[in-house]
Design a protein around this ligand. Structure first.
Ligand code: B12
Ligand code: SF4
Length: 469
């Protein structure tokens, strides 16, 4: 009989700009809250794999959440739990796209959004229904893998509970969303789905194209439970402003109620088309916007189906910075049209346009993305060591350069962007957050190279891709 349920999200050990921040995804916490509300003893854990293994979790059922970069850790935890007779269910983007792989380490996998299927699976395990009635369920029966269609995406997001972070265990001393000190960062999701179709992204495969969003009243009720004196809000949306009308309504309400939070979120550069939207964001306390600019090469932008022009990117940076909002620009290297020169031009652009902080990421064939399918079909995937599918390692044979050159350009980009002279210039311009992140990123870039020296040595040996037709 299932009574105790533990949701587990392992943390990836590799370094990146957010790795020291305690930022769990919401899935495990949301599901724990949902199951607690149904009367189960539910909890959620977010820690490094080795710390989870050391805890020897006791539970009746484990629900493990994965993205690609955490799949290896998730599988190790599942193997350990199952040797102790604890049944394991997987969920999350990675296993939603590769459920057969996951079933080698688990009893069940639920694809897509988990809120509909998971409670029904528990009912089935407790004898209340059959597995065939559980949407999204993938399981083994008489040596065969069986698969139910995923649940329809949840239309009424207001029907979900507010995630209860008191159910969450992190490493001792950890504070939600921080490096251990300062204000907590509270994750709040206000929408799901994205109307765009970028080739490298797996969000739409997981959450669909239809942009679904919560009511303003529900979001305000959730964030009002926190205190702006000790909390910041991180709206965990892929595109917080995909429907500007609803975003403006929310922002106006935050302003009217004088909630007083500083907050951050992800948007596309198209926000800058609407100056009223940007004014409201600034007035409602927006401190940082994370934007996937990806590239300043129009051919690469077209190749990835980003639906965005270089002019839009430039205008976004200028208009957002003018309103004293920090711009964190995310760029991606490795598109077929990219060259060593185009990656250098991207860094020059970011410096000239005074982007406050950046990540230069390596294009990664994430299962569930169009790019993964193409790389698989073209035989260009180098390996499937999932723990390094974190956009900091080269995982496919690029066209415009060798794998080593691609990696080298990413390291060089961070070295240049975060060079002491540019970091100090940010301070002189009064961009204090840009300065602090710069100091941190400089050190991180060096530590990353040290931590990854064996990988870097091996990568140097890989030959350039053969000419492809
Ligand atoms: C917040 C966020 C972050 C945070 C925190 C990340 C973390 N802890 O992993 C930060 C900023 C640090 C981050 C970094 C990165 N991220 Co990120 N991030 C997100 C974002 C925007 C929101 C996550 C979230 O909470 N979603 C809302 C909740 C409700 O969704 P969920 O947790 O997936 O849960 C649902 C289902 O998956 C399922 N489910 C989940 N767990 C379980 C468990 C069980 C048992 C069941 C049944 C179901 C189930 O049901 C849930 C409810 O419907 C997502 C995009 C997205 N829309 O999800 C990307 C996303 C997770 N990130 C992604 C990536 C690639 C990264 C990076 C590798 C690269 C980068 N962009 O910098 C890094 C490295 C992360 C790492 N851990 O190593 C990808 C992962 C894709 C993949 N296949 O792996 C996503 C999906 C975005 C994308 N473009 O495709 N990220
Ligand atoms: S990268 Fe952003 S805009 Fe493009 S499909 Fe993914 S979530 Fe949507």
């Amino acid at each position: 009989m299932i009574r105790r349920i533990t949701f587990i999200e392992p943390k990836n050990d590799h370094l990146h700009i957010f790795s020291k921040f305690e930022l769990p995804r919401l899935g495990g916490i949301l599901l724990a809250t949902l199951m607690r509300d149904k009367g189960f003893e539910a909890s959620s854990v977010f820690m490094r794999t080795r710390d989870i293994l050391a805890r020897r979790i006791e539970t009746d059922l484990a629900g493990i959440s994965t993205i690609t970069a955490t799949a290896v850790g998730a599988y190790a935890i599942a193997d350990e739990l199952r040797t102790r007779g604890i049944p394991v269910v997987f969920g999350g983007p990675h296993v939603s796209f590769l459920p057969e792989e996951a079933l080698a380490h688990a009893d069940f996998c639920i694809t897509g959004e988990g809120e509909t299927g998971f409670p029904l699976l528990v009912e089935a395990l407790n004898g209340g229904r059959g597995f065939q009635d559980v949407p999204g369920l993938v399981w083994r029966e008489n040596g065969r893998i069986r698969r139910n269609p995923a649940a329809a995406p949840i239309e009424d997001l207001d029907s979900l509970p507010f995630p209860d972070f008191s159910l969450l265990t992190m490493r001792p001393g950890a504070r939600l969303g921080t490096m251990g000190f300062g204000k907590m960062t509270i994750p709040v999701q206000t929408s799901r789905g994205c109307p765009f179709d970028c080739t490298f992204c797996s969000v739409t495969g997981m959450f669909g194209h239809r942009y679904r969003y919560r009511s303003t009243a529900s979001i305000i009720a959730e964030i009002s439970r926190y205190d702006p004196k000790n909390s910041l809000i991180f709206f965990y949306d892929d595109n917080f402003a995909a429907n500007p009308r609803r975003t403006k309504e929310l922002l106006r309400e935050m302003i009217r109620l004088r909630l007083g939070f500083k907050w951050s979120t992800q948007v596309r550069s198209d926000v800058a088309k609407d100056s009223e939207l940007l004014d409201l964001m600034a007035e409602a306390g927006c401190s940082t916007l994370f934007i996937g600019f990806e590239s300043v090469d129009p051919v690469a932008l077209k190749e990835m189906k980003k639906n965005q022009s270089v002019e839009e990117i430039r205008r976004a940076i200028r208009e957002i910075r003018r309103r004293k909002i920090h711009v964190h620009g995310m760029f991606v290297f490795g598109f077929d049209s990219d060259t060593i020169e185009s990656t250098r031009a991207t860094v020059r652009f970011a410096l000239e346009e005074k982007v406050d902080s950046t990540q230069f990421l390596i294009l990664t064939p994430l299962p569930g993305s169009g790019f993964y399918n193409r790389m698989l079909a073209e035989g260009r995937i180098i390996d499937t060591q999932w723990d390094t599918y974190d956009a900091h390692h080269v995982k496919f044979m690029p066209r415009g350069f060798s794998p080593w050159d691609l990696q080298r350009m990413q390291i060089e980009a961070h070295t240049r962007f975060y060079s002491p002279v540019h970091v100090v210039a940010r301070l002189l311009r009064g961009r204090v957050a840009g300065f602090i992140i710069g100091i941190y990123a400089q050190a991180l870039n060096r530590r990353w190279q040290l931590q990854e020296k064996d990988y870097l040595r091996l990568l140097r040996l890989l030959q350039p891709a053969p000419a492809l037709t």
